[in-house]
Write a protein that binds this ligand. Structure first.
Ligand SMILES: [Zn+2]
Length: 113
């Protein structure tokens, strides 16, 4: 399961941060999951609930943002936002698009105690 390995990486990251900044408890985390990441936010939440049991992130509130995917449109010669990887350019309908990010999971904000 894709989401599970993402959550394990996220937990590693949180543990690293807790060592570096000397905190013991995470109270809130805000994540951004790109629209191209093929991650279902509900599945991600579920996987995170499993992975974080008995860890510093147990009980933390989790917010998940889904920023739009960015593509470069060859025909407009401009960067455009699209809702999915297979969507055409919203301005000219072109399919000659090159993805520019939007395919990763980022930790945006962390509240700790
Ligand atoms: Zn275009």
């Amino acid at each position: 399961m894709h989401e599970l390995s993402l959550c394990e990486r996220l937990l590693d990251l949180l543990q690293e941060e807790s060592r570096r900044h000397a905190f013991h408890r995470v109270t809130r985390i805000r994540l951004a999951v790109g629209r191209f990441a093929c991650v279902d936010p509900d599945a991600l939440r579920f996987a995170f609930d499993v992975v974080r049991r008995d860890t510093l992130a147990e009980g933390a509130a989790v917010d998940i943002d889904q920023p739009p995917g960015l593509v470069w449109c060859e025909d407009c010669a401009r960067e455009r936002e699209v809702p999915t990887r297979i969507a055409p350019c919203p301005a000219c309908g072109s399919l000659r698009l090159t993805p520019r990010g939007g395919d990763d999971l980022t930790l945006v904000e962390l509240e700790v105690a």
